[in-house]
Design a protein around this ligand. Structure first.
Ligand code: HEC
Ligand code: HEC
Length: 353
C-alpha cells in the first residue's frame, strides 16, 4: 500500500466507524475503534511486482539452506522437491535457455511435473508469499533477512543463481531478470486490463453438461493421516466428500492398506454417481441441492433413504412418471446403462434414515 492508500483507508475506516456508531443500539456504540497506525502497518506487508513494499535486508544461499533445513524441509523436502505435502517447489528441470528466454519450455509438456519455480513469473510473489504465509505452521515468523536467504536458496536449487549468491533489496530487480518464467504471464486480457476480454474461452455449461468426473490423483498411503481424518474435516454433503484417511489405530495407516482401500473404495463409490448423473443426462433437470426442472437430489435422497425404496426409484428412472413433486413429468430415461443405474439407485437410497 502506498502512504496515500494507507491514509485513505484509515480515513474511510474512521468515517465508517462514526456513521456506524451512530446507527447502533444503545450500549453498543462504544464497541470497536479505528485501527491504529501500528496495526495497519502490521497488515501492510505486501510486496508489489515493482518491489514497492520490499523491506531492506539481505541473505545468502548458505544461510537460506540452514533455515530451510530447520523450518521448511520437513514439508517441502531437503531440496524443495517433495511431493508429499504440496507440489514440488523446485526440481532440477529449468534450463539455461529458459532463463535466457524467460519462458520455461517444458511447461508445454503435460508429462513434466510442474514446480513453483517453473511457473512463477515474479520474484516478488515468491518473496511476499514466504514472508506472509510460511512456514505453514508459523506464518509471519520470518524476518526479512531470513526470507531473502530462503529465496536465494530456492533460486540456487533451481540453478537460477550460483552458490555464493546474496539476495537483497538492492538486487531484486536484477534477479527478477533471471526468473525462468518471467515472460510466461500475459497481462493483455480482462483480468488485468479493463478494456481486455476475459482470458477464458468456451461456452458456459449450465445444462447438458456431459462432464465425466475422473479421479486422476490420490493421497499416497504414507501421507494419508498426516493431518487427521480428512472425512471429518469436510462438509458431508456435495459432490466431494472428504477422503477417509484415519484408521482405528490412528497414525499407522501405512500398515493397514486393506482398511484404507476399503474406505477409499467407499469414497469413490460416493463420487461415482456424480459422473453417472452427468453421463446419464440427469443433470440437465436435477441439481444436487434445490429444485431445477426436477427436485434436487438432496431432497430425493432425504425422501428415499433406505434400500426398500430401490425398486421404486429404479422403475421411476427407467419409465418416468409425474405427480410426486409436482405436475412436471420426468421423462423415461431408459438409456442410462445398467451400471450407472445401479450406482445412482444405491446412492439415492444411501442417505441417513
Ligand atoms: C507444515 C508444512 C509446511 C512447512 C513447514 C512449510 N510449508 Fe510451504 N507450503 C505448505 C503447504 C501446505 C503449501 C500450500 C499452501 C496453499 O496452497 O494454501 C505451501 C506452499 C509454499 C509455497 C508456495 C508454492 C506455490 O506454488 O504456491 C512456498 C514458496 C513455500 N511453501 C515455501 C516455504 C518455505 C520457504 C518454508 C520454510 C520457511 C515452508 N514453505 C515451510 C506446507 C509447509
Ligand atoms: C427432462 C427433465 C428430467 C430429466 C432429464 C431427469 N429427470 Fe428426474 N425428475 C424430473 C421431474 C420433473 C421429476 C418430478 C417427477 C414427479 O413429480 O413425479 C423428477 C423426479 C425424479 C426422481 C424422484 C422420483 C419420485 O417419484 O419421487 C428421481 C429419483 C429422479 N428424477 C432421478 C433422475 C435420474 C437418475 C435421471 C437421469 C438418469 C433423471 N432423473 C433425469 C425431471 C427430469
Amino acid at each position: 500500500m502506498s502512504s496515500w492508500v494507507r491514509a485513505t483507508a484509515l480515513w474511510l475506516c474512521t468515517m465508517a466507524m462514526i456513521s456506524w456508531a451512530a446507527t447502533l443500539p444503545e450500549g453498543l456504540a462504544e464497541l470497536g475503534r479505528p485501527a491504529t497506525g501500528g496495526e495497519i502497518a502490521a497488515w501492510d506487508i505486501d510486496v508489489r511486482p515493482d518491489f514497492v513494499g520490499l523491506p531492506p535486508g539481505s541473505g545468502d544461499v548458505w544461510a537460506g539452506e540452514e533455515i530451510w533445513l530447520a523450518q521448511c524441509a520437513s514439508c517441502h523436502g531437503d531440496f524443495g522437491d517433495s511431493n508429499e505435502i504440496f507440489a514440488p517447489l523446485v526440481l532440477g528441470n529449468i534450463t539455461d535457455e529458459d532463463i535466457a528466454t524467460g519462458r520455461v519450455a517444458s511447461l508445454t509438456d503435460p508429462a513434466v511435473t510442474r514446480t513453483t519455480l517453473m511457473k512463477v513469473p515474479t520474484l516478488s510473489t515468491l518473496w511476499d508469499y514466504i514472508y506472509r504465509a510460511m512456514p505453514w505452521n508459523a506464518p509471519k515468523s520470518l524476518s526479512p533477512d531470513e526470507v531473502y536467504a530462503l529465496v536465494a536458496y530456492l533460486l540456487n536449487l533451481g540453478y537460477v543463481v550460483d552458490d555464493d549468491f546474496v539476495l537483497s533489496d538492492t538486487n531484486m530487480a536484477e534477479t527478477q531478470a533471471r526468473m525462468p518464467n518471467r515472460n510466461g504471464m500475459s497481462l493483455d486480457h480482462g483480468l488485468w486490463s479493463v478494456s481486455g476480454v476475459p482470458d477464458v474461452t468456451g461456452s458456459s455449461c449450465t445444462a447438458d453438461c456431459d462432464v465425466a468426473v475422473t479421479v486422476t490423483s490420490s493421497l499416497p498411503a504414507y501421507a494419508m493421516n498426516a493431518h487427521g481424518n480428512l472425512a471429518e474435516q469436510v462438509r458431508d454433503w456435495g459432490p466431494s466428500p472428504g477422503l477417509w484417511t484415519a484408521t482405528e489405530t490412528g497414525k499407522e495407516t501405512a500398515a493397514e492398506p486393506e482398511q484404507l482401500a476399503a474406505a477409499n473404495a467407499a469414497v469413490e463409490a460416493a463420487v461415482a454417481p456424480e459422473a453417472a448423473l452427468n453421463v446419464g443426462g440427469c443433470s440437465g433437470c436435477h441439481q444436487m441441492a434445490g429444485q431445477l426442472v426436477g427436485p434436487g437430489f438432496d431432497a430425493i435422497r432425504t425422501k428415499y433413504a433406505g434400500k426398500e425404496h430401490a425398486a421404486y426409484l429404479r422403475d421411476k428412472i427407467v419409465n418416468g412418471g409425474a405427480g410426486v413433486w409436482g405436475s412436471m413429468p420426468m421423462p423415461p430415461m431408459p438409456t442410462v446403462g445398467e451400471d450407472a443405474l445401479q450406482q445412482i439407485v444405491a446412492w439415492l437410497t444411501s442417505g441417513e434414515e
